[in-house]
Design a protein around this ligand. Structure first.
Ligand code: AMP
Length: 206
């Protein structure tokens, strides 16, 4: 199966994509995380993407296409796309080569997402994501998985969050409309416990 997970930042798509990937052994393609890896390694691609990411803007499509085609070529038997496509040009690019079975929208009100983001922390080393309110590490500030230090993402600040929200409604909203019109849209209430949301997604995939 080829699946797309979408929703505003803080909706939990990364967490759910990771769980689905473990359950079904599908490749989890997280474009934002791949860009962050490039920016922290200061690669050419990372340097080009950095200023857009810091502001919460979408990275230009030509840079995104460079990444996504390499990732999907590696994916093989089924993938979960997390953070792509985010606009109509990206959708058209994807549909030229791939069939999408389900498009899952994790639905969350803006105010709850903003609250979640302010308590989101990420491991500096292994990039595991925590929420200090709902999904904290065993030891404050330290990653359970690798012992690395937890930090806040650079773009999880008020200004960038506002830009990311408006980009979602302006641009990604059209992608949501496309899948709604094609009967592939599954809307999931993301304002619930991680495990309950996961069970709900599984029910829709059966
Ligand atoms: P995310 O981790 O999904 O919140 O993505 C972090 C940032 O990476 C976004 O705010 C964008 O700047 C960039 N990014 C991720 N996916 C895309 C995409 N499909 N198109 C353009 N920019 C993207």
């Amino acid at each position: 199966m080829n699946i797309i997970l979408t929703g505003i930042q803080g909706c939990g798509k990364g967490t759910q994509a990771e769980k689905l990937s473990q359950e079904f052994k599908w490749a989890h393609v997280n474009i934002g995380a791949i860009f962050r890896d490039h920016t922290s390694r200061k690669t050419d691609l990372g340097e080009k993407a950095k200023s857009y990411m810091e502001k919460g803007d979408l990275v230009p499509d030509d840079l995104v296409f460079e990444l996504i085609s390499a990732e999907l070529n590696k994916a093989g038997n089924g993938f979960i796309l997390d953070g792509f496509p985010r606009n109509i040009a990206q959708l058209e690019y994807l549909l030229k080569k791939y069939k999408i079975d389900k498009f899952i929208l994790l639905d969350l009100p803006d105010d709850i997402a903003i609250k979640r983001i302010s308590s989101r922390r990420q491991c500096r080393q292994c990039k595991k994501v925590y929420n200090i309110l709902f999904n904290p590490p065993a030891k404050e500030g330290v990653c359970d998985k690798c012992g690395g230090l937890l930090e806040q993402r650079e773009d999880d600040n008020e200004k960038a969050v506002a830009v990311r929200l408006s980009k979602f409604y302006e641009e990604t909203g059209k992608v949501v409309d496309y899948f709604r019109e094609n009967d592939k849209l599954v809307t999931i209430d993301a304002n619930r416990d991680i495990e309950i949301i996961f069970e709900d997604i599984l029910t829709h995939l059966k």
